[in-house]
Design a protein around this ligand. Sequence first.
Ligand SMILES: [Zn+2]
Length: 361
Amino acid sequence: MKGVLKLGSVSGIKIEVHWTFTLLLIWVAFLEIQQGGNLDRILLNEALILVLFLCVVLHELGHALTAKRFHIKTQKITLLPIGGIASLEKMPEKPGQELLVALAGPAVNVVIALLLALVVPVRSYFNFDAIVTEEMLYEPSLQNFLFYLFIANVMLVVFNLVPAFPMDGGRVLRAVLSFKLGRVQATAIAASLGQTLGFLFFVLGLFFNPFLILIAFFIFFGAYGENQMVKRNSLLEGHLVKEATLTSITLLSPENSVQEVINIILAGTEKDFVVVENNEVLGIVTQKVIIKYAKTPMVLVKDIMDKDFKMVDAAMEITKVLELMGREKKDFFPVALENKSIGAVDMTNISEFILLESAKN
Ligand SMILES: [Zn+2]
């Protein structure tokens, strides 16, 4: 993500904060000034936001470190004004594991809230009449600060457990349904409930809180996207790369010039190429690179090809290639069958394969 500030890393997981987070701090100060608050109260509120987001980081680490126990890596945790996002490589497919990963985040906030309840006389805040409590809460004191933090953590637990997939509660629901219905059907149900709740959040957001609108979009499109992905992966189950390999492709020689490649691109529909010499794959050249060197048509392929490529085995599952594409941020790979180059695989061809497979069902 662009415009992020790196805060550090925990257990190999980068922790970043997005620049829009500063808008939240400004907004909080603005609200306080509008209500006639003094500097003490502004600082207290800003500190509360910062400590609250520390709790959010711990929540996300709860997810990430539990996923790590199931050998799922997390690249980073990003803090946005609407909360934190842990970029897990994937969610565990076993429902029991997904259940634990989903619950681990809110569980962290439960622990924090319980610890705070030990030092803050929580009950005393609920024993006075409303006016006394309001006066008591207005005082900028450490006890009030911890009380607000307690309430915020309780709210984090409650809010995250709303069964709006892909929020934590929605994941819990999907995992529980998966035990009985299987992952595809469970996801479909959790996603439609998620989208319905997303729509409800949107409407509530219009009247009450603009942050809910942002969260509504996140839920609505997140639910749609994950449902599509699960359907796609189930369709691809058991299908191997060789079924979606481009075998009639032009192989480039390292001595080809950029101009020669431009001619090939314009004469057909190929965009990315494998560079081969004596049956050995030396590198790949993408359309993007050719465009970059279009001004210097005499440059040779061997000088611009990407030598840092991964060879994909024809017997690999297609879903594994999709994971590889996500990880490597590349969508074109040479394919080998028993160590001999037989072609290449790209996203366009896999999409075509999915389309043809779904037409069969
Ligand atoms: Zn969570």
